[in-house]
Design a protein around this ligand. Structure first.
Ligand code: FDP
Length: 330
């Protein structure tokens, strides 16, 4: 089996991007160790701090953010970084060719229940001139690489450099990420959906109708039964979609009108959209292709509908309906 470094060489990825991706992979091995030790290492539970988005930071959010920040600072190829856990963008090295956006530990609510969590990253080209938030505000189409590492029963990396999506599995014996799927392909059709159903009453009418039709199964307009899954960590839900197809969505809702979207564009939606598109799937907000969005701020949130191409198209067709009638809020 090919190692990650061998695969990147065979894809003719340049040396600076290869070095950066190996830094991310090596850091994720250390994160995997910290996650695995759990309570034994005293890393579970919350801190007393909140991130810029008003979420209480877990100890592991802070530890893994520091691990990635330190590793990327030492790498030499990074011009700047942006993280879910950093209020502002961080300047790293004037010589660096790349910008890295990351969510150090996605699925924070799963940490203390020993369930799936992961690291998500997106690599953009550095721009000329001073480094500031504006430098990062590039559409997802500009990404040169994106991926996630899933800390599950085995530690796996999904990675794209624009030449398909590959899966690597961390070999606990050699400590190497080995190529275990060189051409991930999302099935175009599916009978499985992932959504937090408890928010149903807060969704737009388009999503209400689409999900209601899935739930009707064989007696509804879709004339087939659908299964539902919700891991509550985007890395876990997207990994399942990449493995066996499906549609994953965190749609617009009006639970808190000041916060109509949950997932972050720069370090959740864009990297996942790149992986999904490279595996033959599709990613949209319902109204725009995720990777075509021109970002306006680093911690911007968006609605996400992604996965099996034909099912995403079906969901989008509901968004073309006239749904001026707002759902009832209790
Ligand atoms: P979390 O807040 O636990 O980090 O990043 C946001 C996210 O997890 C996603 O990973 C996940 O898909 C979603 O939120 C879970 O949302 P719910 O709490 O509504 O289930």
């Amino acid at each position: 089996m090919q190692t990650l470094a061998q695969t990147l060489t065979s894809q003719a990825v340049n040396s600076s991007l290869t070095a950066l991706l190996l830094t991310l992979a090596n850091t994720s091995k250390a994160i995997s160790g910290a996650v695995r030790h759990g309570a034994l290492a005293g890393v579970l539970g919350a801190t007393e701090q909140e991130n810029v988005q008003g979420e209480t930071q877990k100890k592991l959010d802070v530890i893994t953010n520091d691990m990635l920040k330190d590793a990327l600072k030492a790498d030499g190829n990074v011009r700047g970084l942006a993280s879910e856990e950093e209020d502002y963008v961080v300047e790293v090295s004037k010589q660096g060719e790349y910008l890295v956006c990351f969510d150090p530990l996605d699925g924070s609510s799963n940490i203390d229940i020993n369930s799936l969590v992961g690291t998500i990253f997106s690599v953009l080209p550095a721009t000329d001139g001073e480094l500031n938030e504006q430098s990062f505000l590039q559409a997802g189409r500009q990404q040169v690489a994106a991926g996630y590492v899933l800390y599950g029963p085995s530690t796996m990396m999904a990675l794209t450099t624009g030449k398909g999506t590959q899966f690597y599995t961390l070999d606990p014996d050699s400590g190497e990420f080995l190529l275990t799927n060189d051409k991930v392909a999302i099935t175009p059709d599916t009978a499985e959906f992932a959504i937090n159903m408890s928010n149903q009453r807060f969704w737009e009418a388009a999503m209400q109708t689409y999900i209601a039709d899935l739930l009707l199964g064989k007696i509804g307009p879709r004339e087939q039964s659908f299964n539902m899954r919700w891991i509550a960590a985007m890395v876990g839900d997207v990994h399942r979609v990449l493995c066996r197809g499906g549609i994953f969505t965190y749609p617009t809702d009006n639970k808190n009108p000041a916060k109509p979207f949950k997932l972050r564009l720069m370090y959740e939606a864009n990297p996942m959209a790149f992986l999904v598109e490279q595996a033959g799937g599709k990613a949209s907000t319902g109204y725009e292709t995720i990777m075509d969005i021109q970002p306006t701020e680093i911690h911007q949130r968006v609605a996400v509908i992604l996965g099996s191409r034909n099912e995403v198209d079906m969901c989008l067709s509901y968004h073309g309906l006239d749904y001026s009638e707002e759902p009832t809020i209790d």
